[in-house]
Design a binder for this molecule. Structure first.
Ligand code: 4AD
Ligand code: MG
Length: 436
């Protein structure tokens, strides 16, 4: 009979049938001269293939090496000991593409971080890396499902822009046909322009920061999941962020990738709500009391100091659960943030901190008073004419609104216990690395 072609993941439904499958050799175990077990991978799954008798004696079989691309014909039989509970008993097989036999030495753990990053295109074939990248795909689906279930519209703002959102020091500048343009730091300003046409909006887009710092949670290009919502109060903003995080974890745990997720992090569960709320001023006091220092020189925090990565994570790990760090001083925050009613020096702003990672979300209510916004441009040295389209939201029916951005890479690090953000993206962009 003519064998039908199947993706590996569907072979389990073909018990007793003769099939055709394609893939790459993932592992080889030689039982004897005449019996080989070959794990074949095609991206949808792994299948144990048996090469027995003459099939194991051919020249190709004798020199078979991992990463060889193969085509296999054979019968599917049940086998509890094999991956997925089935075995592909080959009756014919063929090399589709030969492999360079140095593969394993290139991607071995001993080959060093730099070498692994340089060969990221090969590392991506590995089991652990593939699992993370597939989980990333699942998480993106869960995030989208979350938003769609709550009536948000997905939009795609441009990433080539002529305005800044998060301060001039991390802008990537480029020549745009003789004009100055930047790679966007955040889609927020564009999202704000869309509330009056579409209500709640979200986008999933690359953001860029010329971050000079080398940390395990900073990239120069990263995917940001941003939302902007009209007619909400600061407390609603916090509730929406809680809802996003908790509902997304719930969806991951209900997805077909649940087991893979739990392999990465056996403790993954929906966090308890409500999250702890902590004022910035209480946070610096907490740090000062608990010997968590501002810097390596053991300076203590004063009002207006940024809580940088290290102390932020020390504090979060000590508290050991999600924290909404709220009400940051205006001096350390961007021009668009709404000042707090009770204290003009503070803003209605929030960072969500997670154990192991620290900040994974940043958000705020936005200044929606036209004249105050014009004043903020001036204070921040921004030219109001560059921002006319942003300002117009306050000119034509200004509405109270707020939003946030979640760093996808940081969410993945938190959810799946990954130490370094470079391990959860395909091809990390960091200080000094823009390839492959
Ligand atoms: O806190 P950030 O800078 O906030 C904004 O950009 C707002 N405009 C978002 C908004 O309100 N729409 O960045 C938001 C999140 C951070 O909490 C972090 O998770 C992630 O984006 N992030 C980075 N992730 C990786 N590498 C970097 N260099 C990042 N910078 C920010
Ligand atoms: Mg931030």
């Amino acid at each position: 009979t003519k064998a039908k072609k199947f993706k590996v993941k569907y072979l389990k439904d073909q018990i007793g049938e003769r099939v055709k499958a394609f893939g790459w050799v993932h592992r080889i175990r030689k039982q004897s001269n005449k019996l080989m077990f070959v794990i074949v991978r095609d991206g949808t799954g792994f299948v144990q293939t048996v090469l027995a008798g003459d099939l194991a004696l051919t020249y190709d079989a004798q020199v078979l090496h991992v990463e060889t691309c193969v085509k296999i014909y054979g019968k599917i039989v049940e086998d509890e000991r094999a991956v997925g509970g089935i075995e592909l008993q080959a009756d014919y097989w063929k090399v589709v593409g030969q492999t360079d036999t140095r593969y394993e030495s290139i991607v071995s753990k001993e080959s060093g971080v730099d070498n692994l990053l340089k060969n990221r295109h090969l590392v991506l074939r590995g089991e652990n890396t593939s699992r993370i990248i597939k989980l990333r795909s699942t998480v993106l689906k869960c995030l989208r499902d979350h938003y769609f279930s709550r009536d948000y519209i997905e939009v795609n703002p441009p990433t080539l822009v002529q305005t800044q959102c998060e301060g001039g020091s991390t802008l990537f500048k480029l020549d745009y046909f003789g004009e100055t343009a930047y790679l966007t730091q955040s889609s927020q300003l564009y999202l704000e322009t869309l509330n009056s046409s579409y209500g709640d909006v979200f986008c999933i887009a690359s953001s860029y920061r010329a971050e000079k710092s080398k940390t395990r949670r900073h990239l120069t290009e990263f995917l940001q999941v941003e939302a902007e919502c009209p007619f909400i109060k600061f407390e609603d903003l916090l509730t929406r962020i809680e809802d996003l995080v908790c509902d997304t974890v719930k969806r991951i745990l209900e997805s077909p990738m649940k087991e893979e997720a739990l392999k990465m992090n056996p403790d993954l569960k929906v966090p308890e709500r409500p999250f702890l709320r902590m004022n910035y001023t209480d946070a610096i006091e907490y740090c000062n009391k608990n010997k968590i220092y501002k810097d390596d020189k053991k300076n203590i925090f004063e009002f207006g100091d940024d809580i940088t990565e290290k102390p932020e994570r020390e504090m979060t790990d000590k508290i050991g659960k999600p924290i909404f760090l709220i009400k940051f001083p205006a001096v350390m925050k961007s021009f668009y943030m709404l000042r707090s009613k009770e204290n003009e020096l503070l803003t209605d702003s929030v960072d969500l901190l997670m154990p192991g990672v620290g900040e994974i979300v940043g958000g705020s209510m936005r200044e929606n008073d036209l004249n105050k916004l014009l004043k903020r441009y001036e204070e921040n040295g921004l030219k109001d004419k560059d921002y006319y389209w942003y300002t117009d939201q306050r000119r034509f029916g200004s509405a109270p609104h707020g939003g946030y951005g979640l760093g996808l890479g940081r969410f993945l690090c938190w959810a799946f216990n990954v130490r370094h953000i470079r391990d959860v993206v395909l091809y990390p962009r960091t200080l000094g690395r823009c390839f492959p």
